[in-house]
Design a protein around this ligand. Structure first.
Ligand SMILES: *[C@@H]1O[C@H](CO)[C@@H](O)[C@H](O)[C@H]1NC(C)=O
Ligand SMILES: *[C@@H]1O[C@H](CO)[C@@H](O)[C@H](O)[C@H]1NC(C)=O
Length: 591
């Protein structure tokens, strides 16, 4: 009898302690995945059963927006609930040879130290936090790369994964020794070397030089010319790539996998990488399943960014070539992590979220001509087009059994930036400004959409506005009034004829600034996305009263916003971002 009582008491105590525990949070972030790449968003030929099931077990958002169409700014906004232009994490106009995202582990720019992320907010709320997979917001390496804390500086208590991003260049071997004699700089080097050798030889023969001085001069010449050779062949003056370092140096410097602040794998072994990330997430879940504290795990995929690679058992399975295989492998990973969650009995007390950092990269193509970029459904444009719908309309799925209703589809415009306020609210926590005193003066651009998720109702009736930057330039503004979703284009990239993309190469992207962009600010284009979701029809006539009043209001909103918010200079279009910094390069001590 006593044993039965004791048993009942134990069960009750356990139930109480479980119900008192705040929900865990599991966040999946795919890379460059198009909204049209998923079965639950209308793709009929690709197989994404696990993500589809996640959607049917929860809420599927159809008008979910990334705050930027590039990895670095979009991820920053997702984690901080603030537009990346507020802290200079968008590429500025001086982009001659630079890319609008962080490029190197040793880049000295990144997310500002005083920004508050979801991870730092949840750490303040006593969560155990971990990041598995891609970071791309700055590694903050100390001198000689002794420590590169990266995510650990922004609230993540553990990190295993990719410090910057995956690049096409990580695949394949790139030559270190090269001396292209068709290049004038190398011709100059060859002449300089021969001249130096002949002079040294003659000086030695005529006994102008002692043998000791001779050897020293010989060494000095080689050191000097070697330095020039390295600079021309690999660094800074290199014209092989857009970012000024050779393919060899790029891979050498950046293809590194981290555990916490140390390199544990160099170069990254792409085969089986997805599976290793899944294993790591499963270990995290197992380690913290029985903890008193709740956990926050962010599983940030290397997929489906270039280069395309899949484990042998996943390759060739899809109907869409190596890109399709990549999507299906990513879906498989989601399935494996969710299965572990279920096995550990954590499903009911875990909020799960799935999204992509931006739309598919339409221009991406393999050297063989095979398309390796995502599919953005009927939306126009893609990655790196901050104002085009295809670049920023992303999947958005929330699941929390017993709280968030099952199988609901919501068309209300929402943003990645809503994540932090929403998660805090779902977890019954105070606003970030209360939770983290340092956040006091930070204005959030995201909103708490927990009411919408829980009850399917839009909380406030006031119109909601969204700014869509491309780099630091404002390309579009959206306003959800409830009856209309207006979108005003202030600038548009010049697409290739008959397409909604700008080129055909894995490095090709549309520009945000300059001559390849059409400036529409004197007469913006206005669409109502409720009646014309894909912007297929001519925009609303500038002569209509609807156009005049809406454009007037939106321009006024922009004017006031610009007056109120002072923007720091871009951190991205500087040499601190673009150039490789040998003095910060981390090395692998255990590889
Ligand atoms: C499904 O996704 C693949 C891969 O991106 C794409 O090629 C295809 O056009 C999509 N199909 C549909 C029906 O959306
Ligand atoms: C976190 O833990 C500390 C110390 O136990 C406690 O004082 C604080 O209230 C907790 N914070 C939250 C948000 O639960």
């Amino acid at each position: 009898m006593m044993r039965v009582f004791a048993w009942i008491w134990l069960v009750c105590a356990a139930a109480v302690s479980v119900s008192a525990k705040r929900p865990n949070v599991l966040l999946f972030l795919a890379d460059d995945l198009g909204i049209g790449d998923l079965g639950c968003y209308g793709n009929t030929t690709i197989k994404t059963p696990h993500i589809d099931r996640l959607a049917s077990d929860g809420v599927r958002l159809t008008h979910h927006l990334a705050a930027a169409a590039m990895c670095t700014p979009s991820r920053a906004a997702l984690l901080t609930a603030r537009y990346p232009v507020r802290y200079g994490l968008e590429g500025g106009p001086a982009e001659d040879y630079l890319l609008p995202a962080l490029l190197h582990i040793t880049s000295q720019s990144g997310l500002s130290a005083d920004e508050i992320t979801i991870a730092s907010a949840l750490t303040a709320a006593n969560y155990t936090t971990g990041l598995v997979g891609k970071w791309h917001l700055g590694m903050n390496c100390t001198l000689f790369g002794r420590s590169c804390p990266g995510p650990l500086n922004y609230g993540f208590q553990s990190f295993y994964g990719i410090p910057v991003t995956l690049f096409q260049e990580f695949r394949g071997l790139h030559a270190f020794w090269k001396f292209p004699l068709h290049d004038r700089r190398f011709q100059g080097l060859a002449v300089a070397w021969m001249t130096a050798m002949v002079s040294l030889f003659l000086a030695r023969r005529r006994k102008v030089l002692g043998s000791c001085t001779g050897v020293l001069l010989l060494m000095a010449t080689h050191l000097l010319l070697g330095g020039f050779w390295f600079t021309f062949a690999h660094y800074s003056k290199n014209s092989e790539t857009r970012w000024g370092v050779s393919l060899w140096l790029f891979k050498y410097a950046n293809s590194r996998l981290f555990r916490n602040d140390q390199v544990v794998e160099a170069p990254i072994e792409l085969d089986g990488l997805s599976q290793r990330l899944v294993e790591e997430s499963r270990r995290f879940l197992e380690a913290h399943a029985r903890d008193e504290k709740p956990f926050f795990l962010m599983h940030s995929f290397g997929h489906v960014h270039t280069p395309m690679f899949s484990a042998p058992h996943m390759a060739g399975r899809s109907k869409h070539g190596s890109y399709g295989d990549n999507v299906e492998e990513m879906d498989d990973s989601v399935g494996k992590v969710l299965a572990t969650l279920a096995e550990l009995g954590l499903e009911d007390n875990t909020v799960v979220y799935f999204t992509s950092d931006q739309g598919g990269h339409l221009e991406a193509v393999e050297d063989t001509g095979e398309r390796i970029g995502g599919h953005n459904g009927r939306f126009k444009g893609g990655k790196r087009q901050g104002g085009s719908e295809g670049g920023i309309r992303v999947p958005g799925i929330f699941r929390w059994p017993g709280h968030i209703p099952r199988g609901v589809t919501l068309d209300t415009p929402t943003s990645h930036m809503d994540l932090m306020p929403t998660l805090l609210s779902l977890a019954g926590l105070p606003r970030v400004h209360t939770l983290v005193p340092q956040a006091m003066d930070k204005e959030l651009d995201g909103e708490d959409i927990s009411e919408l998720l829980l009850k399917g109702a839009k909380g406030s009736k006031t119109p909601r506005l969204f700014l869509h930057h491309c780099g630091t330039s404002l390309h579009a503004v959206r306003m959800d009034t409830g009856d209309h979703v207006y979108k005003m284009h202030l600038a548009k990239p010049k697409w290739w004829k008959g397409s909604t993309q700008c080129g055909w190469h894995h490095l090709a992207l549309c520009d945000c600034h300059g001559p390849n962009v059409t400036d529409l600010s004197s007469q913006p284009e206005l669409y109502d996305l409720l009646s014309d979701p894909y912007e297929d029809y001519p925009p609303i006539s500038p002569d209509s009263s609807e156009y005049k009043s809406v454009v007037h209001d939106l321009k006024e909103y922009v004017r006031q916003w610009k007056e109120r918010v002072t923007l720091p200079p871009s951190q991205l279009s500087t040499s601190a971002n673009a150039l490789w910094k040998p003095f910060y390069q981390p090395h692998c001590h255990t590889c």
